[in-house]
Write a protein that binds this ligand. Structure first.
Ligand code: PBG
Length: 317
């Protein structure tokens, strides 16, 4: 009876699994602040992609782990056809052409100061950054990415990337814009995972959103859709479910939430201490995104949740 009247449904098909790629071969290195999450060398990422496919997870989102010595002032590695992220995309696409690959567009993994854009005289410079992001997105599309995920929060980057993709013959490549991305404390473990924690000088408050604002999120989403975003994202997830609901109601566009590293870390930490039931809070948190109007969720829980659900929809306990 409960299944008959249930309003929201969750399945493995709703999940995008963020994965961290590092150099080397045969390496799976745990991220200390994210229990259960690994940095994987390209060969191991391909193995993870096979697992994802077997679990019915349709998409992976690739983030590169870089060391301080890989970071430069000009961030040139960001648009190198052979950077780690592009190597991983090619390797997965060769092995599993149907696995959807999402990539991250932002300079932070390659920037000497850990910021998503170029910094000049202590300020983020928007337009020079957008030109670099366009090159980065094109290199990702050339490598085979299906979904470009600009997470940098610069102004005008969606339109610039869309135009460049069209001109390069990549009209089938989608853009999932991190439209409403808040300057959040919940990104801490991610910055460890990608090696940015030590590098970051200052904070990202001049380009990421103030957690106090919600009308601004709607304006940014509207702008990104007008510039050609195919899908939009709210990030972080659980503290911003109200934004997910408002976004879905206002625009109806495909809406994603990113259940970020800190959300994952706090649930894992409590579960490891026996303070929360891991599977129950994992599934309840994922269902909350569906209830808030999201079409899908980026979550580090993707494999664990998919394993629990099998290929069926999730039925609450
Ligand atoms: C940066 C980026 C961040 C995340 C995804 N892309 C962190 C930041 O803005 O510093 C966070 C993801 C997470 O916390 O899980 N381009």
């Amino acid at each position: 009876m409960r299944a008959l009247v249930r309003q929201s449904h969750l399945s493995s098909g709703d999940l995008i699994w963020p994965v961290f790629v590092r150099k080397g071969t045969g390496i799976e290195e745990p991220v200390p602040s994210m229990p259960g999450v690994m940095r994987r060398s390209v060969d191991k990422i391909v193995q993870a992609a096979h697992e994802a496919a077997d679990l019915g997870i349709p998409a992976l989102c690739i983030f590169p782990y870089t060391e301080q010595s890989d970071r430069t002032e000009d961030c040139a590695e960001a648009w190198s056809p052979d950077n780690l992220s592009n190597q991983a995309t090619r390797a997965i696409k060769d092995a599993l052409p149907d696995m959807v690959i999402m990539t991250d567009v932002a300079l932070d993994p390659y920037n000497i100061n850990g910021h998503d854009g170029f910094v000049e005289n202590g300020e983020i410079v928007n337009d020079r950054t957008v030109a670099a992001l366009v090159k980065m997105a094109l290199a990702q599309a050339d490598a085979g990415a299906d979904i470009i995920g600009p997470s940098d929060m610069m102004d005008g980057r969606i339109g610039a990337i869309r135009t460049a993709l069209e001109a390069a013959g990549h009209s089938n490549v989608s853009i999932l814009s991190y439209s409403a991305k808040y300057a959040s404390g919940f990104y801490g473990p991610f910055r460890d995972a990608v090696g940015a924690s030590g590098a970051l000088t200052g904070d990202k408050k001049t380009y990421q959103m103030d957690p106090a604002n919600s009308d601004e999120a709607l304006r940014l989403i509207e702008r990104d859709l007008a510039e050609g975003a195919d899908m939009i994202m709210v990030k972080p997830g659980m503290p911003y479910l109200d934004i997910c609901r408002r976004a879905k109601d206002a625009f109806g566009a495909p809406t994603f939430a990113y259940q970020v590293s800190g959300e994952y870390a706090m649930m894992q930490a409590a579960a490891q201490n026996g303070w929360l039931d891991h599977d129950k809070v994992m599934m309840e948190s994922l269902m909350s995104f569906k209830r808030a109007g999201c079409d899908g969720i980026l979550t580090y829980f993707a494999p664990a949740a998919a394993r629990l659900m099998g290929k069926d929809r999730w039925h609450a306990q």
